[in-house]
Design a protein around this ligand. Structure first.
Ligand code: XMP
Length: 514
């Protein structure tokens, strides 16, 4: 079956993939394609999809920059609806001979626009709408075959349409939640302008991923690092569906797992008849981390050691392909696109590809956001302990023990983590939180236990709300619950004398402490 599809042309904007995701939320299929795709190639894509429309994403360039990304002009003659957003909006105007130039003032964030004509993409909007802008150029005029649909103080042409063809431009970002009626704008585009039928389902995404793995691996063998987190679990089940026992899933116990983690993973995946290898590598990881304090060095060493263990297993399994559960936000934060900065080395992304000689690395979940992965996990029949599992970083408790790692410190962090989880999971808060965990800081403090002076560790509690981990707010946990957690930690873990609560958002902090 061919699905109605809207293509997103990637001009390098940070919200490009978010546009794809917003389209999928309307049960319409979407592919991200390079901005320099040719009109002919789009026609060819019709063999696979019913291409119903195109969105030109935003991007960091100015249409006047040398080497600024361009659009094949023939695309505008295909008769397909085209919506340009931000840079895409300026580019269409510029190509048509309109006037584009630096805005009087740069606009970043919430802005009000006046909707002059609430038609087509803007149907049903009020005269005064709150939208999200992020631009330095603006469109000042469009040629006579275009008409202005909206303006703002800084943008005389904040939205336009062609008078005869279904070509539109919006200076703002309807895909961002801060554009109040963004969903309505996209719905207008998809259903009113492109006349799409909403017949694409998440199940179709699973089929597509299974087919992709089948096609890539062919008759070969593949290996996957299964951490027990939702991403690698989903990738494992998808890959096993595709290639059965030609897949080997490797669970590396580096010693920084949560309480009972290895046993839990083993139990779940036994039910899926997956070829699972459990490796106890605790000693070698601890040895390599001795005397190491710097967080990025720790992450690097863990990543490297992980590769060594994994290499040995890959050799035993005779696998030529590597499957990874990398999802979209991992790729952004690891700086996979040139405009985004590297924040920290996420160990499921960095390292593996360059060091092991695999024929290919396959990342079936690469365009999905976390909540989409959860939907896929539920559809695949993974148990709810995995579906609703909070994310757990690849290096595990090693990045939650600040400074040098010792067995004793990891054990303290593990016990504290267990207490935090137990207490929060007993409360009604659990479903509202993205993550909740304990961090063993490298600060020691004075306390008093049983009438005697005690000098011991400070444990920090971190609990955050988030949608995609790109930003997060610290959770406003009731004091009573914090009190219970603190009392249990100081009572049950003799080495801890003090418990503090982290009240920092991301940004400026990150979710993990290291
Ligand atoms: P930060 O600390 O960067 O974390 O705000 C964002 C999200 O990513 C998780 N995280 C990791 N996940 N490997 C992973 O698979 C890693 O190395 C890693 N480091 C952080 C973190 O728990 C949060 O959900």
């Amino acid at each position: 079956m061919k699905y109605d599809t809207v293509l997103v042309l990637d001009f390098g904007g940070q919200y490009c993939h978010l546009i794809g995701r917003r389209i999928r939320e309307h049960e319409i299929y979407s592919e991200i394609v390079p901005h320099n795709i040719k009109a002919e190639e789009i026609k060819l894509l019709n063999e696979k999809f019913n291409v119903k429309g195109l969105i030109l994403s935003g991007g960091p360039a100015s249409v006047f920059n040398e080497g600024a990304p361009k659009l094949d002009a023939k695309i505008l003659d295909l008769g397909l609806p085209v919506l340009g957003l931000c840079y895409g909006h300026q580019l269409i105007a510029h190509m048509a001979g309109g006037k584009v130039g630096p805005a009087k003032r740069r606009e970043y964030g919430a802005t009000y626009v006046t909707i002059d004509k609430p038609v087509d993409v803007l149907k049903g909007l009020d005269r005064w709408e709150r939208v999200w802008m992020s631009h330095s150029d603006a469109v000042f005029s469009v040629p006579p075959e275009y008409e202005v649909l909206a303006h703002s103080e800084n943008c005389p042409v904040a939205a336009f349409r062609h008078r005869r063809k279904p070509i539109y431009g919006l200076q703002w970002h309807p895909e961002v939640v801060h554009t109040e009626k963004g969903v309505q704008m996209l719905r207008n585009l998809l259903f009113e302008v492109c006349k799409c039928k909403a017949n694409w389902r998440m199940e179709d995404m699973i089929n597509r991923m299974v087919e992709e793995v089948k096609a890539e691996v062919g008759g070969g063998k593949a290996i996957i690092a299964l951490s027990g987190g939702i991403d690698s679990s989903v990738a494992t089940v998808v890959a096993a569906r595709a290639i059965g026992d030609r897949l080997t899933a490797v669970f590396v116990d580096h010693g920084f797992m949560r309480e009972n983690e290895p046993e839990f993973v083993k139990n779940v995946f036994q039910g899926f008849k997956i070829n699972l290898v459990m490796v106890n590598a605790r000693e070698r990881f601890l040895k390599r981390l001795k005397g190491v304090f710097d967080p990025e060095t720790k992450r690097k060493i863990i990543g490297e050691e992980f590769i060594r263990v994994f290499e040995e297993e890959a050799e035993k399994a005779g696998a030529e392909y590597l499957i990874q559960g990398t999802i979209y936000p991992d790729r952004i934060e690891s700086g996979f696109r040139k405009f985004s900065d590297k924040i920290k080395t996420h160990h499921n992304v960095a390292g593996l590809p360059t060091c092991i000689k695999f024929k290919k690395i396959i990342e079936p979940l690469r365009d999905l956001y976390k909540d989409e992965v959860r939907k896929v996990a539920a559809l695949l029949g993974l148990p709810k302990e995995i579906v609703f599992r909070q994310p757990f970083p690849g290096p595990g408790l090693a990045v939650r023990v600040i400074g040098e790692i010792t067995e004793e410190k990891v054990e303290i962090a593990r016990k504290a983590d267990k207490i935090v989880r137990e207490e929060i999971e007993k409360s009604s808060l659990k479903d509202k939180l993205w993550q909740y965990f304990a961090v063993l800081t490298d600060t020691k403090a004075t306390g008093v236990k049983g009438d005697a002076r005690a000098y011991g560790y400070v444990v920090a509690i971190r609990a955050v709300e988030s949608r995609e981990a790109m930003t997060a707010s610290f959770a406003k946990i009731p004091y009573r619950l914090l009190e219970r957690i603190s009392t249990r930690i100081t009572n049950e873990i003799p080495q801890v004398v003090r418990v503090v609560y982290d009240i920092t958002h991301k940004p400026p902090a990150t979710i993990e402490w290291e």
